[in-house]
Design a protein around this ligand. Sequence first.
Ligand code: SAH
Ligand code: SF4
Ligand code: F3S
Length: 451
Amino acid sequence: MKPATPPQETPRTYRVKSFGCQMNVYDGERMAELLATRGIAPAPEGEEADLVVLNTCHIREKAAEKVYSDIGRMVKAGAAAGRTPMIAVAGCVAQAEGEEIMARAPAVSMVVGPQAYHRLPEMLDRAVAGERSSDTDMPAIAKFAALPARKRIGPTAFLTVQEGCDKFCTYCVVPYTRGAEISRPYSDLTGEAVKLVEAGARELTLLGQNVNAWRGEDEAGRVIGLAGLIRALARVDGLERIRYTTSHPADMDDELIAAHGEVAKLMPYLHLPVQSGSDRVLKAMNRSHTVESYLKLLERFRAARPDIALSGDFIVGFPGESEAEFEATLSLVDEVRYAQAFSFKYSARPGTPAAAMDGQVPREVMEDRLKRLQQRLGRDQLAFNQASVGTTCEVLVERRGKHPGQWLGKSPWLQSVWFEADAKIGDLVSVELVQAGPVSLEGKVLELALT
Ligand code: SAH
Ligand code: SF4
Ligand code: F3S
Protein backbone atom coordinates (compact mmCIF):
# COMPACT_ATOMS: atom_id res chain seq x y z
CA MET A 1 0.00 0.00 0.00
CA LYS A 2 1.22 3.45 -0.87
CA PRO A 3 0.94 5.90 2.01
CA ALA A 4 -1.77 8.45 1.30
CA THR A 5 -1.32 12.19 1.33
CA PRO A 6 -4.16 14.59 2.07
CA PRO A 7 -6.44 15.23 -0.93
CA GLN A 8 -5.07 18.00 -3.13
CA GLU A 9 -6.81 20.54 -5.30
CA THR A 10 -6.94 19.79 -9.00
CA PRO A 11 -3.98 21.72 -10.42
CA ARG A 12 -4.77 24.58 -12.78
CA THR A 13 -1.23 25.13 -14.07
CA TYR A 14 1.72 22.86 -14.80
CA ARG A 15 5.40 23.07 -15.60
CA VAL A 16 7.34 20.21 -17.17
CA LYS A 17 11.10 20.40 -16.63
CA SER A 18 13.05 18.15 -19.00
CA PHE A 19 16.67 17.38 -18.19
CA GLY A 20 17.72 14.76 -20.75
CA CYS A 21 18.20 13.84 -24.38
CA GLN A 22 15.94 14.72 -27.30
CA MET A 23 13.72 11.75 -26.56
CA ASN A 24 13.31 13.02 -23.02
CA VAL A 25 12.38 16.44 -24.41
CA TYR A 26 9.89 14.77 -26.76
CA ASP A 27 8.38 12.88 -23.81
CA GLY A 28 8.16 16.17 -21.91
CA GLU A 29 6.24 17.78 -24.76
CA ARG A 30 3.85 14.87 -24.92
CA MET A 31 3.25 14.94 -21.16
CA ALA A 32 2.47 18.66 -21.44
CA GLU A 33 -0.07 17.91 -24.17
CA LEU A 34 -1.67 15.23 -22.00
CA LEU A 35 -2.05 17.67 -19.12
CA ALA A 36 -3.52 20.24 -21.49
CA THR A 37 -6.28 17.77 -22.42
CA ARG A 38 -7.26 17.93 -18.74
CA GLY A 39 -7.66 21.69 -18.96
CA ILE A 40 -4.42 22.36 -17.10
CA ALA A 41 -2.53 25.30 -18.56
CA PRO A 42 1.22 25.93 -18.73
CA ALA A 43 2.29 28.10 -15.80
CA PRO A 44 3.13 31.64 -16.93
CA GLU A 45 6.86 32.39 -16.96
CA GLY A 46 8.13 33.37 -13.53
CA GLU A 47 5.09 32.01 -11.70
CA GLU A 48 4.93 28.89 -9.55
CA ALA A 49 3.03 26.02 -11.12
CA ASP A 50 0.39 23.97 -9.28
CA LEU A 51 1.87 20.79 -10.75
CA VAL A 52 5.57 20.28 -11.46
CA VAL A 53 6.76 17.35 -13.57
CA LEU A 54 10.47 16.64 -13.14
CA ASN A 55 11.32 14.80 -16.36
CA THR A 56 14.65 13.33 -15.32
CA CYS A 57 17.74 11.90 -17.01
CA HIS A 58 19.98 9.20 -15.54
CA ILE A 59 22.78 9.14 -18.09
CA ARG A 60 25.51 10.87 -16.09
CA GLU A 61 26.52 12.11 -12.63
CA LYS A 62 24.32 13.17 -9.83
CA ALA A 63 21.06 12.93 -11.72
CA ALA A 64 19.27 11.26 -8.84
CA GLU A 65 20.73 13.55 -6.17
CA LYS A 66 19.62 16.53 -8.23
CA VAL A 67 16.05 15.23 -8.26
CA TYR A 68 15.99 14.98 -4.46
CA SER A 69 17.48 18.43 -4.04
CA ASP A 70 14.97 19.93 -6.50
CA ILE A 71 12.15 18.31 -4.56
CA GLY A 72 13.61 19.57 -1.27
CA ARG A 73 13.80 23.10 -2.66
CA MET A 74 10.20 23.01 -3.84
CA VAL A 75 8.97 21.71 -0.49
CA LYS A 76 10.88 24.44 1.36
CA ALA A 77 9.66 27.22 -0.93
CA GLY A 78 6.15 25.76 -0.75
CA ALA A 79 6.20 25.73 3.05
CA ALA A 80 7.28 29.38 3.08
CA ALA A 81 4.57 30.34 0.59
CA GLY A 82 1.94 28.19 2.29
CA ARG A 83 1.41 26.09 -0.81
CA THR A 84 3.54 23.23 -2.16
CA PRO A 85 3.01 22.16 -5.75
CA MET A 86 1.89 18.68 -6.64
CA ILE A 87 5.07 16.88 -7.77
CA ALA A 88 5.50 14.17 -10.38
CA VAL A 89 8.84 12.53 -11.15
CA ALA A 90 9.08 11.19 -14.69
CA GLY A 91 11.89 10.10 -17.04
CA CYS A 92 14.81 7.74 -16.60
CA VAL A 93 15.56 8.35 -12.91
CA ALA A 94 11.89 7.54 -12.21
CA GLN A 95 12.35 4.30 -14.15
CA ALA A 96 15.59 3.36 -12.40
CA GLU A 97 14.75 4.46 -8.87
CA GLY A 98 10.96 4.64 -8.68
CA GLU A 99 10.60 2.70 -5.43
CA GLU A 100 13.32 4.65 -3.74
CA ILE A 101 11.79 7.98 -4.76
CA MET A 102 8.43 6.92 -3.34
CA ALA A 103 10.11 5.92 -0.10
CA ARG A 104 12.48 8.87 0.25
CA ALA A 105 10.36 11.75 -1.00
CA PRO A 106 6.87 11.81 0.53
CA ALA A 107 6.17 15.12 -1.25
CA VAL A 108 6.12 13.26 -4.56
CA SER A 109 2.60 12.26 -5.61
CA MET A 110 3.43 10.46 -8.85
CA VAL A 111 6.38 8.48 -10.22
CA VAL A 112 6.05 7.60 -13.87
CA GLY A 113 8.52 5.89 -16.23
CA PRO A 114 9.22 6.82 -19.87
CA GLN A 115 6.99 4.00 -21.19
CA ALA A 116 4.06 4.66 -18.87
CA TYR A 117 3.42 8.39 -18.95
CA HIS A 118 0.25 8.06 -21.01
CA ARG A 119 -1.26 7.02 -17.65
CA LEU A 120 -0.48 10.40 -16.14
CA PRO A 121 -4.11 11.65 -16.24
CA GLU A 122 -5.37 8.66 -14.18
CA MET A 123 -2.48 9.10 -11.77
CA LEU A 124 -3.39 12.75 -11.48
CA ASP A 125 -6.95 11.85 -10.47
CA ARG A 126 -5.57 9.58 -7.80
CA ALA A 127 -3.20 12.28 -6.58
CA VAL A 128 -6.10 14.70 -6.28
CA ALA A 129 -7.87 12.06 -4.15
CA GLY A 130 -4.80 11.84 -1.93
CA GLU A 131 -3.34 8.61 -3.27
CA ARG A 132 0.29 8.42 -4.33
CA SER A 133 1.06 6.21 -7.30
CA SER A 134 4.00 4.84 -9.20
CA ASP A 135 4.00 3.31 -12.68
CA THR A 136 7.22 2.08 -14.22
CA ASP A 137 5.79 -0.68 -16.40
CA MET A 138 7.22 -1.08 -19.86
CA PRO A 139 4.28 -2.03 -22.09
CA ALA A 140 5.42 -2.29 -25.71
CA ILE A 141 4.87 1.27 -26.97
CA ALA A 142 1.26 1.29 -25.77
CA LYS A 143 1.67 4.93 -24.89
CA PHE A 144 1.71 6.29 -28.44
CA ALA A 145 -1.85 5.19 -29.19
CA ALA A 146 -3.01 6.76 -25.94
CA LEU A 147 -1.45 10.18 -26.56
CA PRO A 148 -3.47 13.12 -27.92
CA ALA A 149 -2.79 14.53 -31.41
CA ARG A 150 -0.62 17.61 -31.50
CA LYS A 151 -2.32 20.84 -32.56
CA ARG A 152 -0.08 23.89 -33.11
CA ILE A 153 3.62 23.33 -33.17
CA GLY A 154 6.70 25.19 -34.37
CA PRO A 155 8.51 24.63 -37.68
CA THR A 156 10.74 21.89 -36.26
CA ALA A 157 9.33 18.85 -34.52
CA PHE A 158 10.54 15.58 -33.07
CA LEU A 159 8.94 12.31 -34.08
CA THR A 160 9.89 9.27 -32.00
CA VAL A 161 10.13 6.32 -34.38
CA GLN A 162 12.07 3.84 -32.28
CA GLU A 163 12.67 3.37 -28.60
CA GLY A 164 14.91 1.34 -26.39
CA CYS A 165 18.29 -0.24 -26.74
CA ASP A 166 19.60 -3.81 -26.92
CA LYS A 167 23.26 -2.83 -27.28
CA PHE A 168 24.27 -2.86 -23.62
CA CYS A 169 27.36 -0.72 -23.88
CA THR A 170 29.00 -1.49 -20.55
CA TYR A 171 28.86 2.13 -19.26
CA CYS A 172 25.26 2.93 -20.17
CA VAL A 173 21.94 2.88 -18.27
CA VAL A 174 19.67 3.33 -21.27
CA PRO A 175 18.94 -0.38 -21.89
CA TYR A 176 17.74 -0.56 -18.28
CA THR A 177 15.70 2.64 -18.24
CA ARG A 178 14.22 2.49 -21.73
CA GLY A 179 13.89 -1.24 -22.26
CA ALA A 180 14.33 -3.33 -25.41
CA GLU A 181 14.48 -1.94 -28.96
CA ILE A 182 11.03 -1.40 -30.42
CA SER A 183 10.00 0.23 -33.71
CA ARG A 184 6.73 2.13 -34.06
CA PRO A 185 4.65 0.90 -37.03
CA TYR A 186 5.15 2.53 -40.43
CA SER A 187 1.55 3.65 -40.94
CA ASP A 188 1.40 5.27 -37.48
CA LEU A 189 4.51 7.25 -38.35
CA THR A 190 3.47 8.37 -41.83
CA GLY A 191 0.08 9.35 -40.37
CA GLU A 192 1.66 11.26 -37.50
CA ALA A 193 4.09 13.01 -39.86
CA VAL A 194 1.21 14.32 -41.99
CA LYS A 195 -0.51 15.61 -38.85
CA LEU A 196 2.67 17.30 -37.65
CA VAL A 197 3.05 19.06 -40.99
CA GLU A 198 -0.59 20.15 -40.86
CA ALA A 199 0.12 21.51 -37.38
CA GLY A 200 2.99 23.65 -38.71
CA ALA A 201 6.14 21.47 -38.87
CA ARG A 202 8.43 21.92 -41.86
CA GLU A 203 11.29 19.85 -40.47
CA LEU A 204 11.03 16.52 -38.68
CA THR A 205 13.78 14.92 -36.63
CA LEU A 206 13.17 11.20 -36.34
CA LEU A 207 14.20 10.08 -32.88
CA GLY A 208 15.34 6.81 -31.41
CA GLN A 209 18.01 5.62 -29.00
CA ASN A 210 19.06 3.50 -31.98
CA VAL A 211 17.10 5.24 -34.68
CA ASN A 212 18.77 3.39 -37.55
CA ALA A 213 17.65 0.06 -36.06
CA TRP A 214 14.08 1.05 -37.05
CA ARG A 215 12.33 -1.66 -39.09
CA GLY A 216 8.78 -1.75 -40.41
CA GLU A 217 6.47 -2.91 -43.16
CA ASP A 218 5.37 -0.47 -45.85
CA GLU A 219 1.92 -0.34 -47.54
CA ALA A 220 2.91 -3.21 -49.81
CA GLY A 221 3.98 -5.38 -46.89
CA ARG A 222 7.68 -5.07 -47.73
CA VAL A 223 10.09 -4.97 -44.81
CA ILE A 224 11.91 -1.65 -44.86
CA GLY A 225 14.53 0.09 -42.76
CA LEU A 226 14.98 3.72 -41.79
CA ALA A 227 15.91 4.71 -45.35
CA GLY A 228 12.56 3.39 -46.60
CA LEU A 229 10.74 5.36 -43.93
CA ILE A 230 12.70 8.50 -44.85
CA ARG A 231 11.83 8.07 -48.53
CA ALA A 232 8.14 7.72 -47.63
CA LEU A 233 8.23 10.82 -45.42
CA ALA A 234 9.99 12.76 -48.17
CA ARG A 235 6.79 12.38 -50.20
CA VAL A 236 4.77 14.30 -47.59
CA ASP A 237 3.86 17.68 -49.12
CA GLY A 238 4.87 20.63 -47.01
CA LEU A 239 7.61 18.71 -45.19
CA GLU A 240 10.89 20.28 -46.30
CA ARG A 241 13.58 18.72 -44.14
CA ILE A 242 14.22 15.36 -42.50
CA ARG A 243 16.85 14.56 -39.88
CA TYR A 244 17.38 11.56 -37.61
CA THR A 245 19.27 10.80 -34.44
CA THR A 246 20.94 8.83 -32.80
CA SER A 247 22.45 6.11 -34.96
CA HIS A 248 24.60 3.18 -33.95
CA PRO A 249 27.42 2.06 -36.28
CA ALA A 250 26.30 -1.59 -36.00
CA ASP A 251 22.84 -0.83 -37.48
CA MET A 252 24.01 1.14 -40.49
CA ASP A 253 22.94 -0.20 -43.87
CA ASP A 254 23.67 0.57 -47.54
CA GLU A 255 20.19 2.01 -48.10
CA LEU A 256 20.61 4.71 -45.49
CA ILE A 257 23.98 5.71 -46.91
CA ALA A 258 22.50 5.80 -50.42
CA ALA A 259 19.52 7.87 -49.24
CA HIS A 260 21.92 10.66 -48.27
CA GLY A 261 22.93 10.97 -51.91
CA GLU A 262 19.42 10.65 -53.33
CA VAL A 263 16.79 12.17 -51.04
CA ALA A 264 16.94 15.96 -51.32
CA LYS A 265 14.91 16.52 -48.15
CA LEU A 266 17.31 14.42 -46.06
CA MET A 267 19.70 16.92 -44.51
CA PRO A 268 23.49 16.46 -44.90
CA TYR A 269 24.17 15.69 -41.27
CA LEU A 270 25.07 12.49 -39.47
CA HIS A 271 25.39 12.01 -35.73
CA LEU A 272 27.30 8.78 -35.28
CA PRO A 273 28.80 8.32 -31.81
CA VAL A 274 32.15 6.57 -31.65
CA GLN A 275 32.98 7.01 -27.92
CA SER A 276 36.70 6.18 -28.18
CA GLY A 277 39.55 5.96 -30.69
CA SER A 278 41.06 2.87 -29.07
CA ASP A 279 39.99 -0.61 -30.14
CA ARG A 280 40.76 -2.04 -26.71
CA VAL A 281 38.56 0.53 -25.01
CA LEU A 282 35.81 0.04 -27.60
CA LYS A 283 35.83 -3.67 -26.88
CA ALA A 284 35.67 -3.09 -23.14
CA MET A 285 32.75 -0.74 -23.82
CA ASN A 286 31.04 -3.50 -25.83
CA ARG A 287 30.64 -1.07 -28.73
CA SER A 288 30.84 -3.78 -31.46
CA HIS A 289 32.66 -1.49 -33.93
CA THR A 290 36.37 -0.85 -34.34
CA VAL A 291 38.09 2.40 -35.23
CA GLU A 292 38.65 1.06 -38.73
CA SER A 293 35.07 -0.10 -39.31
CA TYR A 294 33.80 3.25 -38.02
CA LEU A 295 36.10 5.24 -40.31
CA LYS A 296 35.08 3.10 -43.27
CA LEU A 297 31.43 3.88 -42.60
CA LEU A 298 32.15 7.60 -42.50
CA GLU A 299 34.05 7.33 -45.77
CA ARG A 300 31.01 5.79 -47.41
CA PHE A 301 28.73 8.56 -46.13
CA ARG A 302 31.16 11.13 -47.46
CA ALA A 303 31.24 9.39 -50.82
CA ALA A 304 27.42 9.48 -51.00
CA ARG A 305 27.16 13.07 -49.78
CA PRO A 306 30.51 14.90 -49.89
CA ASP A 307 29.33 17.94 -47.88
CA ILE A 308 27.89 15.84 -45.02
CA ALA A 309 28.49 17.34 -41.55
CA LEU A 310 29.68 14.69 -39.13
CA SER A 311 28.98 14.64 -35.43
CA GLY A 312 29.85 12.21 -32.67
CA ASP A 313 29.84 11.44 -28.96
CA PHE A 314 32.94 10.72 -26.89
CA ILE A 315 33.62 9.42 -23.42
CA VAL A 316 36.97 10.13 -21.77
CA GLY A 317 38.27 8.22 -18.78
CA PHE A 318 36.48 4.92 -19.30
CA PRO A 319 37.89 2.47 -16.69
CA GLY A 320 41.40 1.42 -17.67
CA GLU A 321 41.82 4.10 -20.37
CA SER A 322 45.56 4.82 -20.61
CA GLU A 323 47.12 8.06 -21.80
CA ALA A 324 48.07 6.37 -25.08
CA GLU A 325 44.50 5.11 -25.54
CA PHE A 326 43.17 8.59 -24.92
CA GLU A 327 45.64 9.96 -27.47
CA ALA A 328 44.22 7.48 -29.96
CA THR A 329 40.89 9.28 -29.51
CA LEU A 330 42.62 12.58 -30.30
CA SER A 331 44.09 11.03 -33.45
CA LEU A 332 40.67 9.82 -34.53
CA VAL A 333 39.33 13.36 -34.09
CA ASP A 334 42.20 14.71 -36.17
CA GLU A 335 41.36 12.25 -38.88
CA VAL A 336 37.58 12.78 -38.99
CA ARG A 337 37.36 16.55 -38.45
CA TYR A 338 33.88 16.63 -36.90
CA ALA A 339 31.56 19.54 -37.60
CA GLN A 340 30.09 19.15 -34.10
CA ALA A 341 30.53 16.76 -31.20
CA PHE A 342 29.52 15.97 -27.66
CA SER A 343 32.09 14.79 -25.15
CA PHE A 344 31.72 13.60 -21.60
CA LYS A 345 33.70 12.42 -18.61
CA TYR A 346 32.94 8.81 -17.87
CA SER A 347 30.44 8.51 -15.05
CA ALA A 348 29.98 5.21 -13.22
CA ARG A 349 26.30 4.28 -13.41
CA PRO A 350 24.95 2.01 -10.69
CA GLY A 351 24.30 -1.50 -11.94
CA THR A 352 26.29 -1.22 -15.19
CA PRO A 353 29.24 -3.59 -15.81
CA ALA A 354 31.77 -0.78 -16.23
CA ALA A 355 31.01 0.58 -12.75
CA ALA A 356 32.57 -2.59 -11.32
CA MET A 357 35.63 -2.61 -13.59
CA ASP A 358 39.18 -2.12 -12.33
CA GLY A 359 41.16 0.97 -13.22
CA GLN A 360 38.62 3.72 -12.53
CA VAL A 361 40.33 6.88 -13.79
CA PRO A 362 40.92 9.73 -11.30
CA ARG A 363 38.74 12.81 -11.71
CA GLU A 364 41.64 15.21 -12.43
CA VAL A 365 42.86 12.95 -15.22
CA MET A 366 39.39 12.85 -16.75
CA GLU A 367 39.09 16.61 -16.51
CA ASP A 368 42.42 17.13 -18.20
CA ARG A 369 41.55 14.71 -20.98
CA LEU A 370 38.15 16.26 -21.54
CA LYS A 371 39.73 19.70 -21.83
CA ARG A 372 42.25 18.51 -24.39
CA LEU A 373 39.61 16.69 -26.40
CA GLN A 374 37.23 19.64 -26.36
CA GLN A 375 39.99 21.96 -27.57
CA ARG A 376 40.40 19.86 -30.69
CA LEU A 377 36.68 19.44 -31.22
CA GLY A 378 36.22 23.21 -30.85
CA ARG A 379 39.00 23.84 -33.33
CA ASP A 380 37.30 21.58 -35.88
CA GLN A 381 33.84 23.03 -35.32
CA LEU A 382 35.17 26.54 -35.96
CA ALA A 383 37.07 25.32 -39.04
CA PHE A 384 33.92 23.67 -40.39
CA ASN A 385 31.95 26.88 -39.88
CA GLN A 386 34.68 28.99 -41.44
CA ALA A 387 34.83 26.70 -44.46
CA SER A 388 31.15 27.38 -45.14
CA VAL A 389 31.67 31.15 -45.34
CA GLY A 390 30.99 32.24 -48.90
CA THR A 391 28.51 29.47 -49.58
CA THR A 392 24.79 29.95 -50.03
CA CYS A 393 22.21 27.85 -48.25
CA GLU A 394 18.65 27.82 -46.98
CA VAL A 395 17.97 28.58 -43.34
CA LEU A 396 14.78 27.43 -41.67
CA VAL A 397 13.70 30.27 -39.39
CA GLU A 398 13.04 29.00 -35.85
CA ARG A 399 12.86 32.15 -33.73
CA ARG A 400 13.50 35.86 -33.39
CA GLY A 401 16.98 37.10 -32.58
CA LYS A 402 17.86 39.61 -29.88
CA HIS A 403 17.46 42.70 -32.05
CA PRO A 404 14.43 43.79 -34.08
CA GLY A 405 14.46 42.36 -37.57
CA GLN A 406 16.94 39.64 -36.56
CA TRP A 407 16.09 35.98 -37.04
CA LEU A 408 17.68 32.69 -36.02
CA GLY A 409 17.51 29.34 -37.73
CA LYS A 410 19.49 26.32 -38.87
CA SER A 411 21.50 25.65 -42.00
CA PRO A 412 21.19 22.22 -43.64
CA TRP A 413 24.34 21.25 -41.68
CA LEU A 414 22.61 22.10 -38.38
CA GLN A 415 24.65 25.26 -37.85
CA SER A 416 22.91 28.13 -36.07
CA VAL A 417 22.64 31.07 -38.46
CA TRP A 418 21.39 34.56 -37.69
CA PHE A 419 20.48 37.21 -40.23
CA GLU A 420 18.39 40.32 -40.71
CA ALA A 421 15.36 40.19 -42.95
CA ASP A 422 11.69 40.74 -43.27
CA ALA A 423 10.86 37.12 -42.45
CA LYS A 424 8.71 35.03 -40.15
CA ILE A 425 9.07 31.82 -38.18
CA GLY A 426 8.84 28.81 -40.49
CA ASP A 427 10.22 30.58 -43.59
CA LEU A 428 13.01 28.98 -45.57
CA VAL A 429 15.31 31.86 -46.38
CA SER A 430 18.24 31.74 -48.80
CA VAL A 431 21.31 33.35 -47.31
CA GLU A 432 24.96 33.71 -48.07
CA LEU A 433 27.04 32.77 -45.04
CA VAL A 434 29.29 35.77 -44.47
CA GLN A 435 30.92 35.30 -41.08
CA ALA A 436 31.62 32.34 -38.81
CA GLY A 437 32.11 31.92 -35.07
CA PRO A 438 32.55 28.74 -33.04
CA VAL A 439 28.82 28.24 -32.41
CA SER A 440 27.01 30.37 -34.98
CA LEU A 441 27.26 32.07 -38.33
CA GLU A 442 25.99 35.29 -39.80
CA GLY A 443 23.99 35.15 -43.01
CA LYS A 444 23.08 37.77 -45.58
CA VAL A 445 19.72 37.38 -47.26
CA LEU A 446 19.67 36.69 -50.96
CA GLU A 447 15.97 36.25 -51.53
CA LEU A 448 12.93 34.89 -49.71
CA ALA A 449 12.19 31.41 -50.93
CA LEU A 450 8.57 30.69 -51.76
CA THR A 451 6.84 29.54 -48.60
N1 SAH B 1 21.94 5.72 -28.07
C1 SAH B 1 22.80 6.77 -28.24
C2 SAH B 1 22.82 7.79 -27.10
C3 SAH B 1 23.15 7.35 -25.77
S1 SAH B 1 23.33 8.53 -24.50
C4 SAH B 1 24.16 6.22 -28.55
O1 SAH B 1 24.42 5.06 -28.45
O2 SAH B 1 24.99 6.97 -28.95
C5 SAH B 1 24.28 9.80 -25.24
C6 SAH B 1 25.73 9.76 -24.94
O3 SAH B 1 25.96 9.86 -23.56
C7 SAH B 1 26.44 8.51 -25.35
O4 SAH B 1 26.71 8.46 -26.72
C8 SAH B 1 27.69 8.58 -24.53
O5 SAH B 1 28.70 9.32 -25.17
C9 SAH B 1 27.26 9.34 -23.28
N2 SAH B 1 27.18 8.44 -22.12
C10 SAH B 1 26.35 7.40 -21.93
N3 SAH B 1 26.60 6.79 -20.76
C11 SAH B 1 27.60 7.49 -20.18
C12 SAH B 1 28.32 7.36 -18.94
N4 SAH B 1 28.06 6.39 -18.09
N5 SAH B 1 29.29 8.26 -18.69
C13 SAH B 1 29.58 9.26 -19.55
N6 SAH B 1 28.95 9.42 -20.73
C14 SAH B 1 27.97 8.55 -21.03
FE1 SF4 C 1 23.62 3.35 -24.39
FE2 SF4 C 1 25.13 2.02 -26.08
FE3 SF4 C 1 22.50 1.80 -26.20
FE4 SF4 C 1 23.67 4.08 -26.94
S1 SF4 C 1 23.92 2.05 -27.92
S2 SF4 C 1 21.87 3.86 -25.65
S3 SF4 C 1 25.38 4.21 -25.52
S4 SF4 C 1 23.80 1.10 -24.53
FE1 F3S D 1 18.90 10.51 -20.15
FE2 F3S D 1 17.11 8.64 -20.38
FE3 F3S D 1 17.75 10.14 -22.45
S1 F3S D 1 18.93 8.52 -19.20
S2 F3S D 1 19.87 10.59 -22.10
S3 F3S D 1 16.76 10.84 -20.59
S4 F3S D 1 17.26 7.97 -22.50
